[in-house]
Design a protein around this ligand. Sequence first.
Ligand SMILES: *[C@@H]1O[C@H](CO)[C@@H](O)[C@H](O)[C@H]1NC(C)=O
Length: 425
Amino acid sequence: MGQAICKELWESLLDYKTENWVFLVKKGYQVTDTSMESSIITKVKGVAFTNTSEFGEQIWDVADYVIPPQGENIFFIVTNLVVTPNQRRATCAESDRIPQAWCYEDSDCPPGEPVLTGNGVRTGRCLRSKNMMGICEIYAWCPVETKSRPMKPLLGAAENFTVYIRNFIHFPRFNFSKSNVLNSRDRAFLKSCQFGPENLYCPIFQLGYIVNSTGSNFQELAAKGGVIGIQIMWDCDLDKAASKCHPQYNFRRLDDTFSGESISSGYNFRFARYYHDAAGVEFRTLLKVYGIRFVVMVNGKAGKFGIIPTGINVASGLALMGIASFFCDLILVNFIKKSDFYRNKKYEEVRLAESLQQDLATEAKDSAEQPETQDGNSDEKRNGCECSQLLLSNRSGDSKNVNVNVEQMQNLQPVEVQPEVLDGS
Ligand SMILES: *[C@@H]1O[C@H](CO)[C@@H](O)[C@H](O)[C@H]1NC(C)=O
């Protein structure tokens, strides 16, 4: 039992240290600024050449595949597409993939009524070959889009394209600014470098590297599109040098990938390019583009030593420790089964010292009689002093006392059994 109490005593010392530690780790002594200002500029580079049966030979540069072209913090890169050229305002059959437009007779296609999930407005005719289910005729941009996306992405070469992300941040509270591109670097460095673990200040990322970092396969993602988040985190301890405040990059897939081949994963949209023919009639090319939408997000905080949070945290820490020991005492002394034991322990300081003196005196007089003398002492003393004795004897470091300690410990063995019996009464 004495040992258990000593252990508790030791652990309570550790607890105290833990509290200190939290104060340091959580930087309780710092004022923090989370209202970071940030600006982002992006620039994509890369050229691809494609040669398909559908489009023939084609060259793709930045102006062709980056939407929008301004270099914002959200940008889209075309990696796959479905093209429907030469559409004119006319009447034609609705796409047969739209069940709303299926019909048996003309009355199934009320004129003027739009096909809501389709491409146009019904004209009142049901176009059908003999005895087969028909499809409503519509007034629309004709012919309507009917092709489905290529399984292999047209611009799979985008894996090797790069994006340059320039981020400038400012913490108004501390008037501290920094960028993820170092000023000292020369132009040649930025022209040739590529981001990597040993190249933190080269914010030029290969698209393939970004996508692979999220655990996705680039070619799969390029085929049906997706959303990738690029997170830049700044966690600056301004008590240290400004050069110790580094940006950290994190890449994550933001569209739904949990349900595998789910209908909700992927990303695409449509747009058109308009032309006029020689007669001045408008026609267009409809493009349904699949691709990767990149979203660059920046967040951060900065901390600096401040006397006020230091004061508040130290004071509340001390107050909490005081309350904790008060409650421990309250429970130990009043509500525990063996509360008598703890009460004796707590309120016996003077008597303990007295009895120790006695012990030492007896020890000096006649060491052989010591066991008997100790056994003859009062109950309270036995209850209370084992632990302290051990601690005291451990503290005296010189070799002369070692023999006495061993002797004492041997002598104490029968005594240690007794308090249990006494407590049980
Ligand atoms: C990317 O570049 C490497 C090296 O130039 C080349 O081997 C690889 O085929 C390219 N990847 C794609 C998808 O074009």
